[in-house]
Design a protein around this ligand. Structure first.
Ligand code: 2P0
Length: 336
């Protein structure tokens, strides 16, 4: 390896419409079900990695802050995944900037590990296709698998303990879809139970969990039909139902837990009210209390205006379909 190798990439976050909730292999991040998401333009991570023989230790800076050793170790474990391709790697420096509005309280692991995988790929001059690279991103965080593509993306669960068989593939770039996502930030505090712990606890203790894979299989078939037919209502209805079923498995875990807060219920009622008035607006929620409204892009400004009667501008963030990751120049990276 030459003295210094540098790679820089931007990757966008995604929100699942059909959720990933449970692994069959914790070590390899192999999911129990396939899932399907929409990549979003408004939320992304820019990451630069530098490998150098001159570094005496590896380091990680997030939004300009030096991160503690345990965070560096997580990245080291991820970087090590690439060693079978190139041999032993020297120490690294990772610099990342999360472009998720600070109040959003949204997890950024999907864009973070996707951007890091792409930056490493760039630095090491590898020639992997995006599908293969998604199997690496997956081993940083499951949802990162889907951020290797833009628009609607499916993460295939794959077979058995075969890591390469579980990858992402693009379904539709969503460019011709009248769709947006409006995030209602009801609480920006860090979640008390990580999704990683929450999904393992649900899988291990909910007597209803065995129904989850069956429901996901049905919902995936419906949403893929909806995407092919450009049927917004069908897409919204199945996405909302899928999210609610995921949260129902948590209530039935032992001990029970929930990410819902009182303010979550109010936001959900606001969406139902909009629907009663004829808007096509649907709810999805992840491992936190914030509510994401799936709506038509042509109606999102009106819905936004309506919600401003109850929420501050900082609590309402509009996102639209986003692209696949891309390489960044040094100038673009430093122009943060
Ligand atoms: C998803 N979530 O499909 C689901 C729905 C949250 C709820 O993927 O353990 O950070 O790193 O694979 O990807 C969030 O979990 O978990 C997530 P790990 P991840 O988007």
């Amino acid at each position: 390896m030459s003295q210094q190798q540098i790679g820089i990439a931007r990757a966008h976050a995604n929100i699942a419409l059909i959720k990933y909730w449970g692994k069959r292999n914790d070590e390899l991040f192999l999911p129990l079900t396939s899932s399907l998401s929409l990549t979003l333009d408004a939320f992304y991570t820019d990451t630069k990695i530098t490998f150098s023989e001159n570094f005496t230790e590896s380091s990680f800076f997030l939004d300009g802050q030096k991160m503690p050793p345990q965070e560096v170790q997580k990245l080291q474990r991820f970087v090590n995944l690439f060693e079978p391709l190139v041999g032993q790697l020297p120490h690294f420096q990772v610099e990342s900037y999360n472009h998720v509005p600070t109040a959003a309280g949204l997890a950024s692991s999907s864009s973070a590990f996707s951007a890091l995988a792409c930056a490493i790929h760039d630095a090491l001059n590898l020639d992997l296709d995006s599908q293969t690279l998604s199997t690496y991103a997956r081993q940083g965080s499951g949802s990162a698998t889907r951020s290797l593509f833009g628009g609607f993306v499916e993460w295939e669960k794959g077979q058995d303990d075969d890591g390469p068989s579980s990858f992402a593939r693009p379904i539709d770039d969503a460019c011709h879809w009248d769709i947006a996502m409006l995030v209602v930030v009801v609480n920006e505090q860090e979640k008390h139970l990580s999704s990683r712990e929450g999904m393992a606890h649900t899988r291990d203790t909910s007597p209803f969990y065995h129904l989850w894979p069956e429901e996901v299989a049905k919902d995936l078939a419906i949403i893929k039909e909806a995407i092919a037919e450009k049927d917004f209502q069908k897409l919204g209805e199945v996405a909302e139902h899928n999210a609610m079923k995921m949260h129902a498995t948590m209530l039935s875990a032992n001990p029970s837990f929930t990410y819902f807060e009182p303010a979550t219920m109010n936001a959900m009622n606001a969406v139902r009210q909009l629907r009663d008035e004829g808007f096509l607006a649907y709810i999805t929620m992840d491992a936190g209390p914030n509510v994401k409204i799936i709506c038509k892009n042509s109606q999102v400004e009106t819905i936004h205006e309506r919600l401003l009667q109850e929420y501050s501008p900082e609590q309402l963030i509009i996102a639209r379909p986003g692209p696949a990751p891309r390489k960044l120049s040094e100038e673009e990276f430093h122009d943060q």
